[in-house]
Design a binder for this molecule. Structure first.
Ligand code: SF4
Length: 308
């Protein structure tokens, strides 16, 4: 199924609708469910693996598009809801997220591979589809080996989030097959042993760096992305220097800078007042070290100010 020209619309919308698929412990969703619609799985009905209900799913996408045009519904207030030109129907899934799976004690993480196989066989996954174990420690997903096998067999891109407190042989096996963009993403809010200890009570920072270095050495291009999530408390000289050191110690594929979502959504203007100069300087110094820098969540206007 492809999107025809008349299935595009101008107005408030979200590029994720119709091209993202999130598996959550309670159901399927057509967004990253990190913002706005987070509270509710988008597709009504319980889901814990198995066949994909195409009709219910796309009926739900249409409903969201209609609501967004009328500025109502669960997407309201989401940072990704913006004016633009969007597909009103299904294109192909480009991004598959497994959200809140591993750390959800109440729901056993189900196997997503049978559903992915069905989508793959039905040509509903884009050739460059990207599969991400979004939140939680990837190495604790009990179906990781089968998922890795599916990804490698079909040559999809993938990302595995890890806190790198331990080194996972299963993640390493998936990364080692480096034909496609596959990487372990290490998310940090603190970039020195001291600030990490203050925030978490753990002395694990040197271990994290050691494991990140091991992951990064698995492929020629490096297999680690350092994602630096910035709470206001981390915008100081100590953290700044610590992050530059980390980016130098770990052969990272690139660095991704993202806001602390709660602080950013809570008071965007106030947050950006401190974040803009901090990230601008950090970007400048990272680029001097030949580090590729990407960003998450910030709006185009905010990024323009950061990159000034
Ligand atoms: S606008 Fe936000 S909540 Fe709605 S589908 Fe897009 S990312 Fe999800």
């Amino acid at each position: 199924m492809t999107t025809r020209e008349d299935e595009y619309y101008e107005g408030y919308g979200c590029a994720h609708l119709g091209s993202w698929l999130s598996f959550t412990p309670r159901g399927l969703s057509h967004c990253c469910i990190a913002y706005g619609a987070a509270a509710e799985p988008a597709v009504p009905g319980e889901y814990s693996g198995g066949p994909f209900d195409r009709a219910a799913y796309f009926a739900s996408v249409k409903e969201y598009v209609k609501n967004n045009q009328q500025r109502k519904g669960p997407c309201r207030g989401c940072v990704y809801l913006r004016m633009g030109r969007y597909a009103a129907g299904f294109t192909q899934f480009k991004f598959i997220g497994l959200n809140h799976f591993v750390d959800n004690a109440a729901e056993p993480p189900y196997d997503v591979v049978p559903c992915l196989q069905e989508l793959h066989d039905g040509q509903m996954l884009a050739k460059n589809a990207f599969i991400s174990l979004e939140s939680g420690e990837a190495s604790r997903y009990p179906h990781l080996v089968g998922l890795g096998d599916f990804i490698i067999r079909n040559n999809y891109g993938a990302r595995f989030n890890t806190n790198a407190l331990s080194f996972s042989g299963d993640i390493a096996d998936i990364l080692r097959d480096g034909r496609k963009l596959r990487y372990a993403q290490l998310t940090l809010k603190n970039a020195t042993p001291e600030t990490y200890r203050n925030a978490t009570g753990s002395d694990g920072f040197p271990l994290i760096v050691e494991n990140a270095v091991r992951y990064s050495q698995l492929t020629e291009r490096g297999s680690v992305v350092l994602r630096y999530v910035l709470p206001l408390a981390s915008m100081n000289g100590v953290e700044y220097a610590g992050f530059l050191q980390l980016a130098s110690d770990v052969r990272r594929r690139f660095v991704r800078i993202a806001p602390d979502v709660d602080q950013y959504v809570g008071n965007r203007a106030e947050y950006m007042k401190s974040a803009t100069p901090f990230i601008r300087d950090l970007t400048h110094d990272l680029k001097k070290m030949d580090v590729d820098v990407k960003y998450s969540i910030f709006t185009p206007d905010e990024l323009a100010s950061i990159k000034e």
